[in-house]
Design a protein around this ligand. Structure first.
Ligand SMILES: *Cc1c(COP(=O)(O)O)cnc(C)c1O
Length: 398
């Protein structure tokens, strides 16, 4: 494509079949948001008034009392926690993250302390929060949480994600019930969730979303919930929130993305994604050592993905070497490979431009044919994956 901006600056034209990844530029921003951003960029606005307008739209879509836009969901966690710690105390807001008020403990289930690219607990500590882990990696019971709540408990954070342990933990409704019985607000990280109403409806006091994931907005985060708590989080813009600030274009861009969400053809998109999955299944079915399964999203988002399981003896390549092959060359295809050590990766259809599904199918066929034709089994040691994971990052910018 000659009008591809990436070629003009020497970037590889990656095709993203891995989902919504910060490292790949999050998502395809919807045209409504792009137009809104371009329209507001040359204008001055009173930013807090713009945030008032955002609050109204956020409330309409989430069912919250108030809301605002910040730099990311990650900063939303820090701002919401900071607000729960300081309340509207302006001096305390300036002093964070040092000299946090006494009441700064934040409960999190151990099985929720994951990395979304950075650790969940760090977003809490940045806000002066003292993380109090409850339960064990694969079990939290009522008694863990009930006994962890003290006079110093400022908030409890709950994470919705395919990354968290998916059994043995407290469900949100029970988590909320236990917290509310002792007057503790619940902050839900729902960065990558489709349902904008569910978690507040289940009793969360604040819910956080990424603007740049399913919504297809600019890089940003949405904070929504009870008015007083949202305001206390908003006030952090005079403190730790300053370094997480969001510009007028992102505020207005998210507003447009939210409005577009209301009229988006969700069923049509699902149908198109399903047709991609069927194409890939046709391409892969019957190939030696390859099993292609269509699976629902683990957190119930209306999205299916394809699990591609590779038996190296028959396919003549491991799942991770296949992922690496697809990622290499001039037209890289990035698959969802965070569980690749188990001999499978996923193909996520939600961030493709029309036509790219065919390129993906062709490349899969090509790489699998090549591997099958190879006399040796292409199998680099799995340990190399973790050993070399950060090599590129540590060499950056070279
Ligand atoms: C993506 C993600 C985040 C981070 O969101 P950003 O908006 O990119 O900061 C936090 N939590 C979960 C569960 C996520 O999936």
């Amino acid at each position: 494509m000659s009008d591809d901006i990436r070629a003009s600056i020497g970037l590889r034209p990656v095709i993203n079949v891995s989902g919504t990844m910060t490292s790949l530029g999050a998502s395809i921003v919807v045209p409504e948001a792009i137009r809104a951003m371009a329209a507001i960029l040359p204008q001055f606005v009173e930013v807090n008034d713009l945030q008032r307008k955002a609050s109204a739209i956020i409330s309409r879509l989430t069912g919250s009392e108030a809301g605002f836009v910040t730099a990311s969901c990650s900063s939303g966690i820090s701002l919401a926690v900071a607000g729960a710690i300081t309340g509207p105390d302006l001096l305390a807001i300036e002093k964070l993250p040092d000299a946090a008020p006494e009441k700064n403990e934040v409960l999190v289930q151990m099985g929720h302390v994951v990395s979304y690219g950075a650790p969940v607990d760090q977003a809490i500590r940045l806000a002066g929060g003292k993380v109090v882990l409850i339960g064990q990696a694969t079990s939290t019971h009522r008694f863990h949480m009930e006994n962890a709540i003290t006079d110093k408990t400022a908030a409890a954070v709950y994470v919705i994600s395919h990354h968290v342990v998916n059994y043995g933990l407290l469900h949100l409704t029970e988590f909320v019930e236990i917290a509310h019985a002792k007057g503790v607000p619940v902050i839900v990280d729902a960065a990558s969730e489709y349902d904008l109403k569910l978690f507040l409806a289940q009793g969360a006091d604040i819910v956080l979303y990424s603007g740049h994931k399913f919504l297809g907005g600019p890089t940003s985060g949405i904070v929504a919930g009870r008015k007083e708590l949202v305001r206390n989080a908003f006030l952090q813009n005079m403190g730790i929130g300053r370094g997480m600030k969001v510009g007028k274009e992102s505020i207005f861009g998210v507003m447009a993305a939210l409005e577009a969400w209301e009229t988006r053809d969700h069923d049509g998109i699902r149908e198109r994604e399903t047709s991609y999955l069927h194409l890939w299944k046709q391409t892969l079915d019957g190939r030696p050592g390859v099993t292609a399964l269509i699976e629902p999203d683990p957190t119930n988002n209306p999205l299916d993905r394809m699990r591609v399981i590779i038996a190296p003896q028959e396919a003549h390549i491991t799942a991770w070497d296949l992922a690496a092959q697809l990622r290499s060359g001039t037209d890289p295809i990035i698959v969802r490979d965070h569980e690749v050590e188990h001999h499978y990766f996923y193909l996520d259809p939600c961030n493709l431009h029309p036509g790219q599904e065919t390129v993906v199918a062709e490349r899969l066929a090509e790489e699998l044919d090549k591997a099958r034709a190879s006399n040796e089994i292409i199998a680099s040691p799995i340990e190399d994956l973790s050993r070399h994971r950060f090599d590129g990052m540590l060499r950056w910018p070279d």
